[in-house]
Structures are given as C-alpha cells and as structure tokens.
Design a protein around this ligand. Structure first.
Ligand SMILES: *[C@@H]1O[C@H](CO)[C@@H](O)[C@H](O)[C@H]1NC(C)=O
Ligand SMILES: *[C@@H]1O[C@H](CO)[C@@H](O)[C@H](O)[C@H]1NC(C)=O
Ligand SMILES: *[C@@H]1O[C@H](CO)[C@@H](O)[C@H](O)[C@H]1NC(C)=O
Ligand SMILES: *[C@@H]1O[C@H](CO)[C@@H](O)[C@H](O)[C@H]1NC(C)=O
Length: 435
C-alpha cells in the first residue's frame, strides 16, 4: 500500500503552491476593465485610480451584500504607483492620488472585514510604464507585506521571455519569505503561450491562479473567445486546476455596458463551471439590480466554490447548443447549456439528451438554477424534461443521485477521461489517493 502510494506521488505530483490560500477560487473586485488607467483626478475625481475609488468600492461591498455573497478582495490594478521609487528603493503610491498611502488604504479595507489586492510586474516596467519589480522582488514583496496587502497580481510586461519563469518563481519565494499570507495571481502562462506550451506543473507550484489568455473586454465576443479558447485547451487546463491553484479566464464584466442580461448570466454560469476566480470589474456604486442579482446568485456561487475543486469542461456542441459539465462534491454534476444560435427566441433543450444524463440509471434529482431557480425533483432516465435557453443565454442545472443504485458514477467511471486525468494529477496526491 505504501509502495503504491509512493508511485502515484512520484508519477503525478502536481502540488499547489504551499501557502494554504485560494482553496476555492478567489472572489472580489478589480479596477482594471472598468476603470483602466484613468489617472486624471482633476477632470474625473470620482472615477480616477485613487484611494477614494477603492474606499468607495469597499463601502459598497459591505453595504450592498457583496461581502455577504462571498466577494472578499478589493484589488488595485496598474497605474497606482509613483514613477519613482523612494530613497530606499521601495515602491510608493502616487502621492496625489493616494495621499494616505497603501498601508492606510489596507487598514481601511481591513476595517470593513475585506482584503486588499495590489498589482506589480515581473519585468522592468508595468504594462502602463510604472516601475517594474525586476531586481526588486524581495524589496517589493516585503513592502507589500509591510503594507499588509493580501493579494498580488503580478503582470508580465517588459520581461525577457527566457527569464519569465525564474522571475515568477523568485517572486513567489520572496512572498513566502515575508511570512505574510498573500494570494499570488500570475500572468505567467499568458506570456508563455505566445511562444510555447507553458510548464503548468511549475506554474501550479508557484501561483494561486494564473491568466492563460488575453484580457477580457466589455463584449460578448470577448467572453466567447475566452470560452472557446479554454474549451479548445481543456485537456491541458482542466487537470492542473484544483484547490490552491486555478486557471484565471479574467474578470467578470457583468454590470457594465457590453453584455445583455442573458449574456451576463452566461458569463456568470460558465465562470462558475470553469472554477474561475470571480473577480468583478464594474462600478458597484452604479449597477443594474438585475446584474447585481446575477453576480450575487448564491446557487451559481456555490457551484463556483464547490469543495471538490474540479474545473468543468465542454462535453459537446450540438444543434447550436454547447454543453459543459462540472463534477461537484457529493457525486453531483452541474451542467450548463449555452444557446449559440444568436437569433430568435428561447430554444428548447431536452435535458436527458445531455451526455451527463447517462449517469442517471434509475432516478435522480434535478435542480434548475438558470434561467430561474426551480427544484425539478426526482426524474427517471426516460424523463422528457426540457429547458428553454435564450439566444446567447445559458441554462444551468445540478443533477444529483438519490442513492448509489440510482447513479452510475462509480470510481471506474470517474477515473476515465478528463476527470481521471485531473483526479490523478491534482486530487489524489493531496487527498491520500481516495475519495
Ligand atoms: C512558505 O513555504 C512553506 C514551505 O512550503 C510553507 O510551509 C509556509 O506555509 C509558506 N509560508 C507562507 C507565508 O506562504
Ligand atoms: C532568481 O533568483 C536566482 C537565485 O537567487 C538568481 O540567480 C536569478 O538571477 C533570479 N532571477 C531573476 C529573473 O530575478
Ligand atoms: C433534491 O434537491 C433539492 C435541492 O437542490 C433538495 O431540496 C431536495 O431535498 C432534493 N430531493 C431529494 C428527494 O433528495
Ligand atoms: C418522451 O418522449 C418520447 C418521444 O416523444 C416518448 O417516446 C416517450 O414515451 C416520452 N417519455 C415519457 C416518460 O414521457
């Protein structure tokens, strides 16, 4: 038994970064997509990148139920620093826009029971041209720890490609050395993919989540590109995600200008299926109640935060429907049905025609989460249950077994395909090789 365990360990070891963080996908808010590099506080005092903006978002997160829904991190992106380091070589916040400095902002955010994220870059400069951390990893890690920052988004601009891996690893070590718990959000594979296949086991060892693909824009086309790219690479991506380390398809743009309500539901549902960090970029002071409802939907969030921690994947595309499934704890399965026929009216989809339905051998319990929450109850293999899916909208359901006999998902079945790959690489090691 011992020998067998050892073999499994050596053959499939893909440990998550050992900082005990991000055991479920990170949830929070990040300024980039909505507020970008708006530094003109004279012209636009309420929306420029300043301590006022982050304090206002922290206030809203508590006041409007975001914190209660699970959104915890208030994150700063690029364009916060001064162009000059201080006399000791430390980064400093822009003195005009952050007169209290980052430590004071962190104190404010912590006083609300929330956490603060900050942004830096592995190279010579940030993407916006501010000081990069190359040559300063330990100094910057210690500075962020001294400020009591809780998350670092580490970008990859202005970096020699051959040094990228080393840079991300060195910063991970530097963060660890500070002794402070800091979630480490990387963009390492995004820069690798441009040239070669990223070293995902190393990335999982180093980072809590990692961006693979280009920045999200405020459009359905952008969300679709990200989904398609992720599905096209799911054989690589799914096995490396799990508690402590996640693929990051970038921010939720729900509540902005670009997505219809059906599309907002689709982004939320599919980000939950992908076990993605749920990091919104929107204006919490001015958000449509329907967008808020989607973002705070506790049933969708529960799928995203499921303790098994397996990323979902696309199972099939048929008749302009696209099907995703995600295995959940307690032997349950979530399925998402995206209607890619972007014309006309809501189209009917027969739930029992989904590939997942094969597990329902006698009876199973179906709960519909989107388009509306409905407990559809006990169903049989021949059930003719349908769901109507809006153009570019998504239906989301959970299928649960009633007992072992009603459900054909024994260990053998589970170890096949993508699930099996994931199980061996990511799950078995951490969980002593057992369910
Ligand atoms: C640093 O790494 C060690 C060894 O992997 C780990 O036990 C420890 O919890 C880490 N500390 C932090 C603050 O991440
Ligand atoms: C990473 O750290 C190693 C060991 O200290 C050092 O030799 C190397 O130059 C560092 N690389 C970068 C990109 O900072
Ligand atoms: C079916 O699932 C719903 C929740 O999704 C639950 O409330 C209900 O009790 C379940 N029914 C059975 C018979 O297990
Ligand atoms: C479901 O629909 C099919 C085809 O219309 C039919 O043959 C079957 O009897 C129906 N099943 C039930 C349980 O109603």
């Amino acid at each position: 038994m011992l020998v067998l365990g050892l073999v499994v360990l050596l053959a499939f070891k893909t440990e998550a970064l050992n900082n005990g963080l991000a055991l479920t996908p990170t949830m929070g808010w990040l300024h980039w997509e909505r507020f970008m590099c708006n530094i003109d506080c004279a012209k636009d005092p309420d929306n420029c990148i300043s301590e006022k903006l982050f304090m206002a978002m922290a206030d809203m997160m508590v006041k409007d139920g975001w914190k209660d829904a699970g959104y915890e991190f208030v994150c700063i992106d690029d364009c916060w620093p001064s162009f000059e380091r201080d006399a000791q070589g430390r980064m400093q916040a822009d003195p005009v826009r952050f007169p209290g400095g980052i430590k004071k902002l962190a104190d404010y955010v912590h006083s609300k029971g929330l956490k603060l994220g900050i942004y830096a870059d592995v190279g010579r400069k940030t993407c916006g041209g501010y000081p990069g951390s190359l040559g300063y990893y330990e100094t910057d890690a210690q500075t962020f720890a001294d400020w009591e920052v809780d998350l670092l988004k580490f970008d990859g601009c202005y970096m020699d490609r051959t040094l990228i891996a080393e840079g991300y690893v060195n910063m991970s070590i530097a963060l660890n050395k500070t002794g402070r718990s800091i979630v480490y959000s990387c963009e390492w594979p995004l820069y690798d993919w441009k040239v070669e296949m990223p070293d995902y086991p190393a990335i999982r060892d180093t980072c809590n989540h990692w961006r693979n693909y280009y920045d999200v824009y405020d459009s359905w086309q952008s969300v679709k590109y990200i989904l398609d790219w992720t599905a096209d690479h799911q054989d690589i991506l799914v096995p490396v995600a799990g508690p402590g380390g996640w693929n990051d398809p970038d921010m939720l743009v729900i509540g902005n200008y670009g997505l219809s309500f059906a599309q907002q539901e689709s982004q939320m549902a599919l980000w939950a299926m992908m076990a993605a960090p749920l990091i919104m970029s929107n204006d919490l002071r001015d958000i449509d109640p329907r967008s808020k409802e989607v973002l705070q939907n506790k049933h969708i969030i529960a799928i995203n935060q499921d303790s098994l921690g397996m990323q979902g994947y696309r199972t099939t595309q048929v008749n302009f429907f696209e099907l995703w499934e995600r295995r959940l704890s307690k032997n349950r399965l979530a399925i998402a049905i995206l209607n890619n026929y972007e014309i006309g009216y809501p189209r009917e989809f027969l739930i029992s025609s989904s590939p997942t339905w094969k597990y329902c051998t006698k009876v199973c319990n179906v709960t519909q989460i989107l388009p509306t929450y409905q407990e559809l109850g006990i169903q049989t293999p021949t059930t003719n249950l349908t769901v109507k899916v809006k153009p570019s909208g998504t239906a989301l359901l959970i299928i649960a077994p009633l007992n072992k006999a009603s459900w054909d998902m024994d260990k053998k079945t589970l170890k096949k395909g993508l699930f099996g790959k994931w199980w061996k690489k990511t799950y078995a090691v951490k969980n002593n090789n057992s369910f």
